[in-house]
Ligand binder design. Structure first.
Ligand SMILES: [Zn+2]
Length: 337
């Protein structure tokens, strides 16, 4: 190969390496545009179907909802993504592509008020950083076991979430929280303590919770699901795919005053910085935010330190090639002279 050709090939290869994918700026806001909290029409009811723990059995529910043009909120523990009973990264990406919301539920499902604050911060921030590095837009958090405290709520805010869901506080059944309000008011909800109606998902109770909200002037009814399977061993904390599909059909037939929306559609919020470190197992160091610390910004495009180093190498090699090419005729003349 002639020197000029070699120089061209080398330059193209290095240029490709330098351009690479855009820098996923560490500390930059994650996700899409901000949203205002949902404004409900007078007497309107909005139901959020939320799914905890990133369980594989929930994929069937996601499909049922998508077939109806509805979206759910899936709260994932990123440490267990891809484990045998859990959704994989590809399945979660499929859910997001179908319009579902992917939220965080802590790395390891630790009860956050019971661990040191630094551990709680790692549990919440690194979980969110992992989900963001995998390409999701994690705005909504759910407390593992519904357990929270003022310190934990501050951690969840500092990690960049826009809302956090508890797992009780609304009317659940004639024997559980029976005098609790049936719905949240989206305009007045404490975004860091979004209440729900418990984890018992017997179909008649699900319908009763929605009916109670409708009868009492509407509002926001966040419902919590875990396993969606025909699995009697899970008791009333699981719902069969058949019963889930029937409930969704029933919801769809409620009429225009009752609708379904994700938690972030109701709670609103704006993109917030990612402040944690992604899990190495799911986000290999070569292409995660740890190697993409923004060095400076040109015309709004973050230029990472690794890009800067690669660019420097390109300039050095190009200068060397140019020098050798420029002196070629002299050396050629010396050799043949
Ligand atoms: Zn959970």
């Amino acid at each position: 190969m002639r020197l000029r050709d070699r120089a061209t090939v080398l330059t193209i290869a290095l240029a490709a390496a330098v351009v690479g994918p855009p820098a996923a700026a560490h500390g930059a806001p994650a996700g899409g545009p901000g949203r205002e909290p949902l404004t409900l029409p007078a007497g309107g009811t909005v139901v959020s179907l939320t799914f905890d723990d990133g369980l594989k059995s929930q994929e069937v529910a996601a499909q049922v909802l998508a077939d109806r043009g509805m979206a759910g909120t899936f709260y994932v523990n990123s440490s267990s993504i891809g484990y045998p009973a859990n959704l994989t990264v590809e399945q979660l990406r499929g859910l997001a592509a179908a319009g579902h919301e992917i939220g965080g539920h802590g790395l390891d499902h630790e009860s956050l008020p019971e661990v040191p604050l630094a551990t709680a911060r790692t549990q919440v921030c690194d979980d969110r950083a992992t989900l963001a590095a995998l390409g999701f837009d994690p705005r909504s958090f759910a407390y593992p076991y519904g357990a929270t405290s003022p310190e934990v709520r501050r951690v969840v805010q500092e990690c960049g979430y826009s809302s956090a869901r508890a797992s009780s506080g609304l009317y659940a059944s004639p024997t559980e929280c029976d005098s609790c309000p049936p719905a949240e008011d989206p305009a007045a909800t404490d975004s860091w303590r979004i209440r729900t109606s418990g984890t018992d998902v017997a179909p008649e109770l699900l319908r009763e919770r929605v009916l109670q909200a409708e009868r009492s002037g509407g509002g926001w009814v966040p419902l919590v699901f875990h396993h969606v399977c025909t699995c009697p061993e899970e008791g009333s904390a699981a719902i069969s795919p058949h019963d889930f599909a029937a409930f969704v059909e029933w919801l769809a037939a409620r009429g225009p005053a009752t609708r379904v929306a994700t938690v972030s559609e109701v709670a609103g919020g704006s993109p917030r910085p990612v402040v944690g470190t992604p899990l190495e197992r799911l986000v290999p160091a070569a292409d995660d935010a740890r190697n993409r610390t923004v060095a400076f910004t040109v015309a709004g495009i973050g230029i990472s330190q690794s890009n800067v180093i690669a660019s420097g190498l390109l300039v050095a090699v190009a200068a060397m090639v140019a020098y050798r090419y420029g002196t070629r005729s002299k050396r050629y003349a010396r050799r043949t002279g």
